[in-house]
Design a binder for this molecule. Structure first.
Ligand SMILES: Cc1cc2nc3c(=O)[nH]c(=O)nc-3n(C[C@H](O)[C@H](O)[C@H](O)COP(=O)(O)O)c2cc1C
Length: 219
């Protein structure tokens, strides 16, 4: 049993998604104390921004014409895909930034998608693998709020992980993390506290479920 944990926050020790992912990991760890955790922190060690284009460019030239940069990009995509396929379970921590998906997460997904094992119409090596996506946003985006529909990250992440990669996805969401940071949100202090507690409970439950569902993954 092994866990791949992917963090994408750019906020270092202040990260709310890392805190939620810690709770998922702790519960998973309690059920599988000796299992290895492979960590990749894309916010702290971003992937090279030019790697994806270099990997895509290899499709239009025979291997003996690939440049050193293109070969490096293919090797990186292959290593990232190895990590993902080898893991028995996956945790992705990905905040909402500028109403969209973290650029670091997008680069990682784009690169993984260049690997031949992940090509459309292929064997679908991730089908049924249990995964938890934790996400956080500074504001509130639920039905009836002025910004209902402005979170353009969560839909894409669900589409990619659940529908395209066919991971067995559990999603933990926390809102209003900017309460206490942005004075304009002070009136939401109580709601933010309740939302935080609920998200932390959901994260613990997701960690426990992850360990349970892991055994069911056919491999
Ligand atoms: C550069 C930047 C852009 C952000 N953009 C948004 C946004 O568009 N909407 C929102 O609700 N919160 C936004 N936030 C707030 C984050 O979503 C919030 O702080 C979240 O908890 C970040 O997760 P993290 O702490 O794990 O990085 C932004 C924060 C940063 C640093």
């Amino acid at each position: 049993m092994s866990l791949l944990r992917l963090d994408t926050s750019i906020l270092g020790p202040r990260s709310s998604t890392a805190l939620l992912a810690d709770l998922v990991e702790q519960e998973w760890r309690a059920a599988t104390p000796d299992a290895p955790v492979v960590r990749r922190h894309l916010g702290e060690s971003p992937l090279p921004p030019t790697a994806w284009a270099a990997a895509v460019a290899t499709r239009f030239a025979p291997p003996d014409r690939h440049t050193p940069e293109q070969r490096d990009a293919l090797a990186l995509a292959s290593a990232l895909t190895d990590e993902l396929i080898a893991a028995d379970a996956v945790v992705v921590a990905a905040p909402l930034y500028n109403f969209g998906v973290s650029q670091h997460l997008k680069t990682w997904v784009d690169l993984v998608l260049t690997d031949p094992r992940m090509a459309p119409g292929g064997r679908k090596p991730l089908t049924g693998k249990p995964a938890v996506l934790v996400t956080a946003r500074g504001g509130a985006y639920g039905p009836g709020t002025p910004r209902d529909g402005w979170d353009h990250a969560i839909g894409w992440m669900r589409r990619m992980f659940s529908d395209v990669w066919e991971l067995r996805l559990d999603v933990v969401e926390r809102e209003l993390t900017l309460v206490g940071v942005d004075p304009a949100l002070d009136r939401f202090t109580e709601l933010a506290a309740r939302t935080r507690i609920a998200a932390e409970e959901r994260a613990r439950a997701a960690g426990r479920n992850l360990a349970l569902r892991e055994g069911a993954f056919p491999g």
